[in-house]
Write a protein that binds this ligand. Structure first.
Ligand code: FAD
Ligand code: MLT
Ligand code: ZN
Length: 477
């Protein structure tokens, strides 16, 4: 994209579209939007645009196109791959969807909810619950992440095993294209075979093809029964065996099946105030099992006890704590959800958001852990995550006492060590966080040839000026 200096009158032109509330230019006001959650990147922008309507987004995009100004769409700014952080050069704008947070329509009969892109996930869940429904997407960043960001990354999270990724929870989209035109696709249809499913192009596009301004989301019946347990396990194979047991007993009941390493749990108990292990002794491996049913009298408590008893007899489970109240359930979930925060507090860490076929998860964890400790002696593998989807965060904590910068300088080597094994196991280098800025250099290696050429052709067709989130997703894009 040509780097033309922005005309001096540009802020006034944006202010005219957005009003005083919709434009921030003071460095202290825009600073939080210029860096990422992990603290890996810091960028520059001449303004933070905060439109309040689709028309305002479209007018801003038209103005940016006219002046070749790069636009970085931003939701909750919780990207793990620097996807929402501008590059370190002047003349760009960050476009925040935060003010577009209305629920336009909710229909418990059609089981749909039409919402704007800036609606925070936790609020979407709450509103669905107030209408007797469930919006099932759930992840640690749900207090900040917004619907537009979640769809743009095709977020997964804890409930993918039952409800699918963000893509599967979307029926229709409204999108402002890079020329400022608008796709009005807020249809709530379960069937709509009308050519290319354009809406799906923007899911997982990480803001490189347009700005999602609203979406029709699928709702589900609210759960009436739950059963949650934290299990101590002897090894990684036991985690997979336990998952299979629950799936065989009642696949439809498994809302989440999460793995946590012993090292990750130790780091959490040492860094997160009030976190308590509800088991007699620490273990080297844990699984969190969460069952739900929308039918009362589903017998989930008996199901949980029965499966755990059989697994204990088989030596697959060493000990288990079953939540006896909502507070205990939340306390168990906290041991899982605070893993990213605990790893942040425990020093420098390198994240590897990878996936393999579910059956290969134990081998992947074992081989990667061995490769990483051989690469950096004293480093601590802290794998955890969505075992039921074959998506483990194969993260690595720095050795105690090592200079964080010296450890982070080896990030590429660490990621490659993991990726080499993941490739052999038929997996992916990017499971649910996206490619963002962190992994653009890897895309050609993993999705080269016709796949990358098709992606580039789509990008060139929709965004010929290259103004949408440059430097993200596509190498050199
Ligand atoms: P942002 O970070 O603001 O943006 C993400 C990307 O989407 C960027 O490329 C941005 O340009 C683009 N974008 C944002 N809004 C729009 C829009 N309206 N239109 C077009 N493009 C847009 N992810 C998971 O998948 N599963 C997890 O379990 C998970 N757990 C997490 C836990 C923690 C503690 C944290 C910090 C993050 C976690 N993430 C997880 C990553 C992150 O939360 C997700 O990627 C989420 O989808 C990002 O939403 P956001 O609103 O913060 O988007
Ligand atoms: C999570 O599942 O908590 C995040 O996606 C993973 C991470 O922090 O690496
Ligand atoms: Zn995750």
């Amino acid at each position: 994209m040509p780097d033309l200096p922005p005309p001096p009158a540009l802020p006034d032109a944006f202010r005219e579209i957005l009003g005083p509330q919709g434009l921030l230019t003071a460095p202290e006001d825009i600073a939080p939007a210029l860096s990422d959650w992990r603290g890996l990147y810091r960028g520059e922008a001449m303004a933070l645009l905060r439109p309040a309507s689709t028309e305002e987004v479209a007018a801003c995009v038209r103005l940016c196109a006219a002046h070749r100004i790069a636009i970085i769409p931003q939701g909750g700014n919780t990207s793990m791959v620097g996807g929402a952080t501008p590059e370190a050069r002047p003349g760009q704008v960050v476009l925040s969807l935060a003010r577009m947070n209305r629920v336009r329509e909710i229909d418990p009969l059609d089981m749909t909810m039409t919402v704007e892109a800036g609606l925070v996930l936790a609020r979407a869940q709450q509103i669905a619950a107030e209408h007797g429904c469930l919006f099932p997407l759930s992840l640690g960043a749900e207090g900040s992440a917004m619907i537009g960001g979640l769809l743009s990354t095709n977020a997964g999270g804890n409930t993918t095993v039952r409800y699918g990724n963000a893509r599967e929870l979307m029926l229709g989209l409204e999108v402002v294209l890079p020329d400022g035109s608008v796709i009005h696709g807020l249809r709530r249809l379960r069937k709509d075979n009308t050519g290319y499913a354009l809406r799906h192009l923007f899911v997982g596009a990480e803001g490189t093809l347009g700005v999602i301004t609203a979406a029709v989301l699928r709702l589900f019946p609210a759960p009436r029964e739950t059963a949650t347990a934290l299990c101590a396990l002897p090894d990684e194979d036991a985690a997979l065996a336990l998952f299979r047991r629950f799936r065989a007993a009642d696949e439809g009941a498994v809302r989440a099946f999460e793995y946590i390493s012993g090292a990750g749990m130790d780091a959490l108990l040492a860094t997160i105030e009030g976190a308590v292990l509800p088991l007699a002794a620490p273990a080297r491996h844990y699984a969190l099992v969460d069952l739900t049913a929308s039918r009362e009298g589903a017998g989930l408590a008996a199901l949980m006890e029965g499966v755990l008893e059989a697994a204990m007899e088989a030596g697959e489970v060493l000990d288990a704590a079953i939540a006896g109240s909502e507070a205990q359930r939340a306390a168990i979930w906290r041991l899982r959800e605070e893993q990213p925060e605990a790893q942040k507090r425990a020093g420098a860490s390198v994240k590897n958001d990878v996936s393999v076929p579910v059956s290969r998860v134990p081998e992947m964890i074992r081989r990667c852990s061995a490769a990483l400790t051989a690469l950096i002696p004293g480093s601590r593998p802290v794998p955890f995550g969505h075992l039921g989807d074959g998506n483990i965060h194969m993260n690595l904590l720095q050795p105690e006492g090592m200079e964080p910068a010296a450890f982070l300088a080896r990030s590429e080597e660490i990621m490659h060590a993991v990726n080499d094994i993941v490739r052999e196991l038929g997996g992916s280098f990017s499971a649910e966080h996206g490619v963002g800025r962190l992994k653009t250099g890897m895309l050609a290696e993993w999705r080269g040839g016709a796949e990358l050429a098709a992606m580039r052709a789509i990008k060139a067709a929709l965004d010929p000026l290259g103004i949408m989130n440059p430097g993200k997703l596509l190498p050199g894009g």
